[in-house]
Design a protein around this ligand. Structure first.
Ligand code: COA
Ligand code: AMP
Length: 635
């Protein structure tokens, strides 16, 4: 089929407000917005400013009312607990109504914040939707973060309630969540009034009297009492959630998502980008703690009337590298989304993709990849193994939905390996040099999006308008700075090459090296430090720390390295995958004292590098190279 991309992108460019007004017709409103956009409101304007709606209503009630009640909304597939459970739209709605009533009884009102710190279990999605139902603002925190990170989030959004579980299951170990939760509440100055804790069979958490409430018991009691909460009408521009993402310091950024624009953008993208129709099975193999989980495990598929899969497992080891193919075949997945790192993990264990042949993948149409750069080699391997289009697409927590990609729903364009294809309607992607001037095709520069951002993108950061402007809008007036570097080719294809800030991408997880440096520097024996991301064949990048030790310390450096590694694990969490720390005599710096992180990275990654003209003492780079080589890095 010839792609309709140019026609549809052109229609958006000619009249963006008309384009999004038409898209908004796919959403149910209590009060239909009269205007698509008000440039005078918010920081760069606001979408559907006078609409009244409810995200939970659009995800659940309207499907049940229109006869989809029996259709499966979620398939919970958990190889780590040997569980497969089908939850219909009707049953999900019953749970959500009851949990929303529990929230109400606990004094949660519209606009109050609820933190959700849970593993990949259906109760987590119920907790999100129940918050949306009463207009409360949820903030999901990924389970791989440690107590300190959780505390920072509790404090920043001043959560009134935390919904959690007794444990998560990682291959080979049970992760007790409750001690992390208790520690976080101790650290945070702001104390939530209550915690609703879902007790899992594998580990029972100790409850703090009065503060802690058993999730399942409260839900059952509400159902038995017939307690149900209706949908609270919220302004289109009211916040649905806050999702914290790594910033350039230890303080994460609270990305705000509104209700109306978010729904319009996700609903549009499910059909026009991912090419899935209501009733089909869609699977995003991610975690609800990430934006992918918010947009494409929970909200997008439910808004579109799909069956979505909640997968509690890993691409390998649960039990083998055929798990993805088993799930696609067993549950009739039409379209799937994962991170390239997952494919690399599978390929490492099953290089010839022999396990694919065990399963009937005839109903499978496409595999979408995002979260990190998709290396052409991995894409070609997956194309050969699966025989379906493998579609790279690029976006960020901030945007909430794809900025660029090859739109399956509109008809695929020719593939260019290494490029996530073309900007989607809503996004005028441009490349600027550091002085803010447009550069020509094929020239690397700062990837920016002309304002206003489309519906679904962040309107601001939680309680931090100033930081929002400073981080994203001030450097290139009139544009949103993505903090990615890249270029456009002659055909308008986007190529994303690297970050322009301190963010690294570890197994598709976004992490700040600045935050890790703050933790390393807090070790009493560390005088100064640098953390960089070095290339890793499986995870894309992994962090490596360089530590300069105080001159009066005579302990074994290997002991200090071990302590720093466990400090990062304790403060940030295992997700940081911080396993490489090395003590060095000195750090290479410019004469003005700036640490030459990029040069260290090039040496570690065996990339060509030039001696920086401003370097203070070139001999330090030889010292660094020797330390790296001793660890087997950069040889
Ligand atoms: N709760 C607690 N701990 C968690 C966790 C969670 N929800 N998720 C991960 N962790 C822990 C892991 O157990 C691991 O701990 P360890 O250091 O004790 O082994 C650490 O955090 C790193 O986890 P992970 O990044 O998952 O690495 P891994 O080596 O266990 O697995 C992959 C590697 C590639 C298989 C895995 O990263 C993966 O499936 N990635 C897919 C990418 C993805 O889902 N990205 C989301 C954005 S699209
Ligand atoms: P996150 O906010 O966690 O989704 O991370 C967003 C960042 O991941 C982007 O700014 C990019 O640096 C990177 N990223 C995501 N998808 C891609 C992609 N398809 N190609 C290259 N980089 C990507």
């Amino acid at each position: 089929m010839a792609s309709r991309y140019s026609e549809v992108y052109g229609a958006w460019k000619t009249d963006p407000e008309r384009f999004w007004s038409e898209a908004a017709e796919a959403i149910d409103w209590f009060e239909r917005p009269e205007r698509a956009f008000d440039a005078e409101r918010g920081i760069y304007g606001q979408w559907f400013p006078d609409g009244l709606t409810n995200s939970c209503y659009n995800c659940l009630d309207r499907h049940v009312e229109s006869g989809r009640g029996e259709q499966t909304a979620f398939i919970y597939d958990s190889p780590v607990t040997n569980t497969i459970e089908h939850i219909s739209y009707g049953a999900l709605l019953d749970d959500v109504k009851a949990l929303a009533a529990v929230y109400r009884k606990l004094g949660i009102d519209k606009g109050d914040r609820i933190i959700i710190y849970m593993p990949m279990i259906p109760q987590a999605a119920v907790a999100m939707l129940a918050a949306a139902r009463i207009g409360a603002v949820h903030s999901v925190v990924f389970g791989g973060f440690a107590a300190n990170e959780l505390a920072v989030r509790i404090e920043d959004c001043r959560a009134k309630l935390i919904v959690s579980a007794s444990c998560g299951i990682e291959p080979g170990r049970t992760v007790a969540y409750k001690p992390l939760l208790d520690a976080a509440i101790t650290i945070a100055e702001h104390k939530p009034a209550h915690c609703l804790v879902y007790q899992r069979d594998m580990l029972t958490a100790e409850m703090v009297p009065v503060r802690d409430i058993d999730y399942a018991a409260a839900l059952t009691a509400a159902k038995e009492a017939g307690d149900e909460a209706g949908c609270t009408p919220v302004a289109s521009t009211d916040p649905l959630y806050v999702l914290y993402t790594s910033g350039t310091t230890g303080q994460p950024k609270g990305v705000v998502r509104d209700n109306g624009g978010h729904m319009v953008a996700l609903k549009w993208s499910m059909q026009n980008f991912f090419g899935v129709q209501p009733g089909e099975v869609f699977w995003a193999a991610s975690d609800i703690g990430w934006v992918v989980g918010h947009s494409f495990i929970v909200y997008g598929p439910l808004l579109n009337g799909n069956t979505s899969i909640l997968f509690e497992g890993k691409p390998v080891g649960t039990p083998d590298p055929g798990t993805y193919w088993r799930i696609i075949a067993e549950h009739g997945v039409s379209v799937m989304f994962t991170a390239p790192t997952a494919l690399r993990a599978i390929r490492k264990e099953d290089p010839d993709a022999a396990l694919v042949a065990k399963y009937d993948l005839s109903g499978f149409r496409a595999l979408f990849l995002a979260g990190e750069r998709a290396n052409p080699d991995t894409i070609r391997w997956a194309e050969k193994a699966l025989g379906v289009p493998i579609i790279d697409h690029w976006w960020q927590t901030e945007t909430g939905w794809p900025v660029a990609g090859n739109p399956l729903g509109l008809g695929l364009l020719p593939v260019k390996y290494g490029s996530p294809a073309v900007p989607l309607p809503g996004y005028d992607v441009q490349i600027l040099d550091d002085a803010g001037h447009p550069v020509e095709a094929e020239i690397l520069g700062n990837v920016v999006v002309k304002l206003p951002l489309p519906p679904g993108c962040l309107p601001t950061l939680w309680n931090a308008d100033h930081r929002f402007r400073a981080a994203y809008l001030d450097e290139f007036p009139g544009y949103y700075k993505t903090a990615d570097a890249g270029y456009l080719d002659e055909d308008g294809y986007v190529f994303i090459m690297a970050r322009t800030d301190d963010i690294i991408n570890v197994a598709g997880h976004r992490l700040s090296t600045g935050a890790m440096e703050e933790v390393c520097a807090s070790h009493p024996d560390v005088a100064e430090c640098a953390v960089i991301g070095i290339a890793d064949a499986l995870k894309g990048q992994i962090p490596a720390g360089f530590l300069v030790i105080n001159s009066n310390v005579s302990r074994e450096t290997s002991e200090i390295e071990r302590e720093v590694i466990s400090l990062v694990r304790d403060r940030i969490g295992p997700v940081a995958a911080f396993r490489t720390a090395m003590c060095v005599k000195r750090l290479p710096k410019t004469r003005s004292g700036k640490i030459l992180r990029a040069t260290i990275q090039k040496i570690a990654d065996r990339q060509p590098w030039k001696m920086p003209a401003t370097i203070d003492d070139p001999a330090i780079l030889d010292e660094i190279a020797a330390v790296l080589h001793a660890k087997g890095i950069g040889i």
